[in-house]
Design a binder for this molecule. Structure first.
Ligand code: C2E
Ligand code: CA
Ligand code: CA
Length: 433
């Protein structure tokens, strides 16, 4: 099942892994990515340095790919200078994009062999299954085709694009504009629970797009298009206005004092108009600003530290809390974060979910929590799905939790029912301290 030169999987082995992965998707629903990596100008390397040298290079590439990608991946080589990667249990296309950046990063450092340094370039093609589907042989061919198309267009990374994927080909930015105009977006709320008292103390507003033709389009599929097309600004404004309306409805129904967290894109932070109009916007709220929270990813915060620091300080001075979203997936540098007016850290769901099966992840989460506490930050555990995850977080002193174990993001009326029910019962499922 293995390639005798590099130790990677051979064709037969890789196909077997793909077959197994496709079966796993039908159970877990989590997509996988297939990535084709082609070492560019390999023939030249062969001619210039010789056969043994080129072979050794392939071994180093295989080794490096296996090293940077870790346990969730299979590396295959079907002969020649093309590698195949399989990455399982992806959350969405955005995560595949992050993996592709890592793969590209593997070629940003030179390789050293026989006392020589060599800078190697690679073309990378990819697809997300089951968005792109087919049997294992077809998937390999499609990933290869994507890589070749990228090469032809001089693009280092290219995602396989097929007509059967409805929202991949439609003009998404125009669709977002239309959907805004036709009031098609919705805001749902996922409760955030105080793990000590076992009460709902707030909620996170999450965008939902029930597209009239294509059904529900997940935010991970359209937020990045909104960001790159500028549509995130009107969309983000819509989210804030809707949240404001919903808060008033909540209060009129007697559900008071909850914190509301709204996700902000880095594009909004970089937009002067957004920052300038924010005070006026939130003055309308007639709601304590201290109950409003903005969630930002660490990558957004550290992408342009100087500008972001000024904006965040202004937001903080308005009395709005700032939380660091998806912590653990980006730079993971709480030390840097200390310089920003941040009060909450949200531990990414991938950590919470890996904690049980992986001792080192457990230890990482524990140290993130204790370090966050030393910096006077509150900690929210995200993506809690099981009582074991909940208990582990509680024993580590994590203050708040969010996840399907409690509830998914719910439409406002269902959210109100949930809060009433949840806060009424004393012995919440497993929350008794
Ligand atoms: P996020 O801010 O990390 O939001 C949490 C995501 O995790 C949500 O996905 C939520 O439904 C999901 N989730 C919550 N609990 C669990 C759990 O127990 N298990 C699992 N597997 N998942 C859980 P969703 O709603 O698909 O949103 C995805 C991302 O889209 C958000 O990630 C956020 O980055 C972005 N997003 C959503 N709404 C907005 C918005 O209004 N503005 C901006 N800029 N981004 C948004
Ligand atoms: Ca969030
Ligand atoms: Ca998050």
């Amino acid at each position: 099942m293995h390639d005798s030169l590099t130790g990677s999987l051979n064709a037969e082995g890789f196909v077997a892994h793909l077959d197994r992965a496709a079966e796993a998707v039908s159970k877990s629903g989590k997509p996988f990515g297939v990535i084709s990596v082609d070492i560019s100008k390999f023939q030249k390397i062969n001619e210039a340095h010789g056969y043994a040298f080129a072979n050794q290079l392939l071994c180093l590439v295989a080794q490096r790919l296996a090293l940077i990608l870790g346990g969730r991946f299979s590396v295959g080589r079907l002969g020649g200078n093309e590698f195949l990667l399989l990455i399982e249990e992806l959350a969405d296309k955005r995560e595949l994009g992050e993996v592709l950046d890592i793969v590209r990063g593997a070629f940003s450092h030179h390789f050293e062999l026989y006392g020589k340094r060599l800078q190697v370039e690679a073309y990378i093609g990819a697809l997300l299954y089951p968005e792109t589907f087919g049997n294992s042989e077809e998937l390999i061919a499609q990933a290869h085709e994507a890589m070749v198309t990228g090469k032809r267009h001089n693009k280092n990374i290219y995602l396989y694009d097929r007509d059967s994927s409805p929202w991949f080909t439609m003009d998404m930015a125009a669709e977002i504009r239309r959907a805004l105009r036709e009031d098609e977006f919705q805001l749902h709320y996922q409760p955030r629970i105080d793990l000590k008292s076992g009460k709902v103390l707030g909620m996170e507003a999450l965008l939902r797009w029930p597209h009239t033709k294509h059904g529900n389009i997940p935010p991970t599929e359209f937020i990045y298009v909104a960001e790159s097309s500028g549509m995130i600004l009107p969309l983000g404004n819509w989210v804030l206005s809707q949240a404001e309306k919903d808060i008033k409805t909540l209060e009129s129904q007697g559900v008071i004092g909850l914190n509301i967290a709204v996700n902000l894109s880095f594009k909004q932070l970089q937009d002067l108009a957004f920052c300038e109009t924010l005070p006026a916007r939130i003055k309308h709220w007639q709601y304590s600003q201290s109950q409003l929270e903005f969630e930002l990813t660490e990558t957004a915060v550290l992408s342009n530290p100087e500008l972001v620091k000024a904006t965040l300080t202004a937001i903080h001075d308005m009395g709005i809390k700032i939380s660091l979203d998806d912590f653990g997936t980006g730079y993971s540098a709480l030390v840097h974060v200390k310089e920003f007016p941040i009060s909450v850290v949200k531990i990414d769901k991938s950590f919470v979910q890996r904690m049980e099966i992986d001792r080192s992840t457990h230890d990482i989460v524990e140290s993130i929590i204790s370090f966050a506490h030393r910096l006077n930050l509150e900690v929210v555990g995200e993506g809690i799905e099981t009582i074991e995850q909940l208990d582990a977080l509680k024993s580590m002193g994590c203050e708040q939790g969010q996840g399907y174990y409690f509830a998914k993001a719910l439409p406002l009326d269902q959210f109100i029912d949930f809060v009433r029910e949840f806060n009424r019962v004393d012995t919440k499922q497993g929350l008794k301290t």
